[in-house]
Design a protein around this ligand. Structure first.
Ligand SMILES: [Zn+2]
Ligand SMILES: [Zn+2]
Length: 265
């Protein structure tokens, strides 16, 4: 049994609850420990039930509450060497036994959950995305990445539940107020995925027979996107691929400050 829910999504803070059978994993905690605890309680999960925190990369919108939660609940924290190097000063002291190093393409287990880290292209030290399995089905998180190449696609294509990045509307970003350098960074291969590319991936899932998927669109830009634009762009791509949102494939948009629906598989 798998469950997936975003507690918070976007540049102000990201945190995702992934559950595989009895094991509850927090992927990133870019909101404060208190906010994460409150939102877990709001979806009926006591934070003391968490089994681990897994971190994608060291940007502050992914690590703000990692140290507090690890210390309060004695939680092991899993991150790449590069991510640990980038976040250790910010997260503060973590008990030695709770520091775990992971790397792309080397799966590891946390109780009932098997976790497959994969490398993402992002302007961070050693960023990762994750696929989590209960041994039967899979869920994936792929946000904070500039491209979805064959390698990333192969890592997420088999998952029933997904959080996929739909960061910006390309025209809004192009014509918006950001300085040129920042626009170029976001558009680059180590930046963030646009609604259009996210939609193209969803269309590709359908073309390859992946009609059972349930997808949360996440990490939306506050300045260069709206939930309606992200949803509509992805819906149009799915329809273009011959599918129907709500019929073939379920799509919802992650809230910035409140939990998404809990997806189950
Ligand atoms: Zn981020
Ligand atoms: Zn980032």
């Amino acid at each position: 049994m798998l469950k997936l829910c975003t507690l918070s999504s976007g540049s102000s803070g990201n945190a995702v609850l992934a559950q595989a059978d009895g094991t509850k994993i927090l992927i990133d905690c870019g909101i404060t420990g208190k906010a994460a605890s409150d939102r877990l309680c709001a979806i009926g999960v006591d934070p003391s039930e968490l089994d681990a925190i897994v971190v994608t990369h060291e940007h502050i919108d992914h690590i703000r509450g990692v140290g507090v939660l690890s210390r309060r609940y004695g939680l092991p924290v899993y991150a790449s060497v590069g991510t640990w190097n980038g976040m250790i000063d910010t997260v503060g002291a973590i008990a030695q036994e709770n520091i775990h190093y992971i790397e792309a393409d080397t799966p590891f287990a946390v109780d009932d959950a098997i976790i497959f880290p994969f490398a993402t292209s992002h302007d961070a030290n050693e960023s990762l995305g994750f696929t989590v399995s209960d041994g039967k089905k899979c869920l994936s998180l792929a946000t904070d990445l500039g491209v979805v190449d064959r390698y990333v696609y192969d890592n997420i294509r088999g998952s029933e539940l997904l959080v996929l990045e739909a960061n910006h509307d390309e025209n809004m970003l192009l014509n918006g107020p950001y300085p040129q350098r920042l626009k170029e960074r976001i558009f680059s291969d180590s930046g963030h995925l646009s609604n259009r590319i996210c939609g193209a991936i969803c269309g590709r899932f359908l073309n390859e027979g992946g009609r059972e998927k349930r997808i949360i669109l996440g990490h939306l830009s506050q300045e260069n996107n709206t939930p309606e634009m992200a949803f509509d762009t992805v819906r149009r791509s799915i329809e273009h691929a011959g599918g129907r949102v709500g019929g073939d494939i379920f799509v919802t948009v992650a809230g910035r400050g409140d939990p998404s629906p809990i997806l189950e598989a």
